[in-house]
Ligand binder design. Sequence first.
Ligand code: SF4
Ligand code: SF4
Length: 426
Amino acid sequence: MKSNTDFQQIERFKEDLDRCTKCGFCMASCPVYREERTEGSVARGKIMLVRALLDGEITADEMAEQLDRCTLCLACTENCPAGTRVPSVVAAARADKVRLKGLSFPYRLVYRWLLPRRRMFGYTLRLASWFQGIFLPRTEGTIRHLSFFLSALGKGRHIPQIAPRFLRQTVPEVNKPPAGVAVKYTVGYFTGCMTDFVFPELGEKIVSFLNRNGVAVVVPRGQGCCGAPVFLGAGDFATGRRMADANVKAFKELDYIITDCATCASAMKDYVRFLADTDERKRDYAAYAGRIKDITEFLVDVLKLPPSAYRVAPEYRGKTVTWHEPCHLGRYLGVREQPRQILKSIPDIKYVEMPDAARCCGMAGTFSINFYELSKKIADKKVASIAATGAGIVVTGCPGCELQLIDGTRRHNMPQKVMHIMELFE
Ligand code: SF4
Ligand code: SF4
């Protein structure tokens, strides 16, 4: 294999390329391969494509389509005897392609101009939401359609509407526990785009839950998007670096950074692996990563709350609940037991484990937009698992998965309520 200075990022993860022995153990676990049954869709095939690129046998464009058919779920790595991290190679190859060929106009507009400008992004969504209110029916049962241009991006999928008021407009920057409750910790809350713009009621619940249990919550106004769609999804490392720097600055003084989004948490922990190009950034990104905790991880491992602290909202008491484990929570962050421990300990609900709970739901950000038909087939397997539990409520730990499960259950006319685990509580 030739070494090629055009492919600086791939070279950084070359160890992963070299590790693959072509054994094929990754095939059975790959959600894309299980649907497509083509060599290019599985980890081994993606490694061979990148090798072919380095050897000059194919172009970056020829590689891109197959490489993009990957949910970055990490199931291949989990089942690979050599520990090959294919998602790292995929992200690096995307970055080299962007460095060589640039981003196409719509991606450039959204990722470089809109997403890093939080306020502008919010106003654009608000405008879209306003048009939606005029031109689209406001409700479809409990689900509404996203505004025109985002709906087009989503290929008509069922998505809850953009919230009329964003989280940063409904909660103050500093939220202290009520009088008489001692402050045990002060944490920063990384809200992520989905909770801020689509599910603000989830963020409000989290703030009040933490306050009630002695945690002061700061919601820094300087925070932005975690950058996952930009640097991991689209391969734009330069913009991703600017977004990472802004987030590190916004949370500088806080001991813990909690988040309700597993994708945001794992992307931010990955700043150091993908984006740290100077010693200063290496130090700052590593320190930042060490303070990030998923909300369930914080509640179980740091706060060590007793079961009595988890007061189930009246409307959910007595219900059967199942759990979808997001890939970014289980495989990337290793947070598997904490949400289950919470769910099993609550007397007010009946918890049922879902078959294949850790199987990818097929969301994966832009993957589900670019390959919606494939994404739907992957989701259908998850929907069948949900149906097998007989549960009336599906909870998860990632608002992105939540969207995918809402879409999947509605397409199959299933009655389950889909929500974040923290929405179970008062
Ligand atoms: S399991 Fe690992 S080593 Fe085997 S083919 Fe897949 S990526 Fe390569
Ligand atoms: S990360 Fe997931 S989708 Fe991508 S190759 Fe590995 S198993 Fe398949």
